[in-house]
Unconditional design. Structure first.
Length: 215
């Protein structure tokens, strides 16, 4: 191949490549295609419905490889904070022994479960956190919760001085996005994964001075 012909081939190849790039799908079109593929890949089965793949603002904003804009972050956190419901009976703590059982269990919300009753659900807390030092296997996605109440000076969860920590902990369990828009922590109350009674038991596990967590 002589030199002029070689240049001509390169020019044609470049033109074809640029034309292909120019006619390719836009980012918005790619997002639509990905959403359609996801929708086609799931089906309703038992209590597990395909609508679980639908994203709310917080989920969609944090699904990108880029952090959401500050305004979006503030909106997600504000909406999440407004969604938090305090315990109806005013009692934030239940029984830590029951909280330990819930923290240990990862059951619930699968297609094979008979219904959506949260009484059979677990919190699966050890999947992400260290909670008790006697455990030899736990996740490290979240911070250690060992001595959670003790380190925060909660000697009496009913005391006025403990109220900010108690309310924060409840809110974090209810809807973690209230404090961090892109939190990976399950929104136990908001998404109805656990009911108020179950959340109270986990609260006791974390904050009751008699809990092994705080020994």
């Amino acid at each position: 191949m002589n030199k002029p012909t070689h240049h001509a081939v390169l020019a044609i190849g470049t033109a074809v490549l640029l034309a292909g790039c120019a006619s390719g799908p836009s980012p918005a079109q790619l997002d639509e295609q990905a959403a359609a593929m996801m929708k086609a890949s799931f089906r309703d089965q038992g209590i597990a419905k395909a609508d679980r793949i639908n994203q709310d603002l917080g989920q969609s904003a944090c699904s990108s490889d880029k952090a959401p804009a500050e305004a979006v972050t503030k909106k997600v956190e504000a909406e999440a904070l407004a969604s938090i419901k305090p315990p109806a009976n005013g009692q934030y703590l239940g029984a830590w022994k029951q909280g330990e059982r819930i923290a240990q269990s990862g059951r619930g919300m699968t297609w094979s479960d008979p219904n959506t009753d949260t009484k059979n659900n677990g919190g699966n807390c050890y999947n992400c956190h260290q909670i008790d030092q006697k455990e030899i296997s736990y996740g490290t996605i979240g911070p250690s919760l060992w001595n959670y109440g003790k380190l925060r000076g909660v000697n009496d969860p009913a005391a006025a001085a403990a109220k900010p920590i108690v309310e924060y902990t409840w809110g974090k369990l209810w809807n973690s996005k209230a404090y961090s828009a892109c939190s990976n922590m399950p929104r136990f109350g908001h998404m109805k994964l656990l009911d108020e009674e179950q959340i109270r038991h986990i609260m006791a596990l974390l904050l009751d001075p008699a809990s092994p967590v705080n020994q």
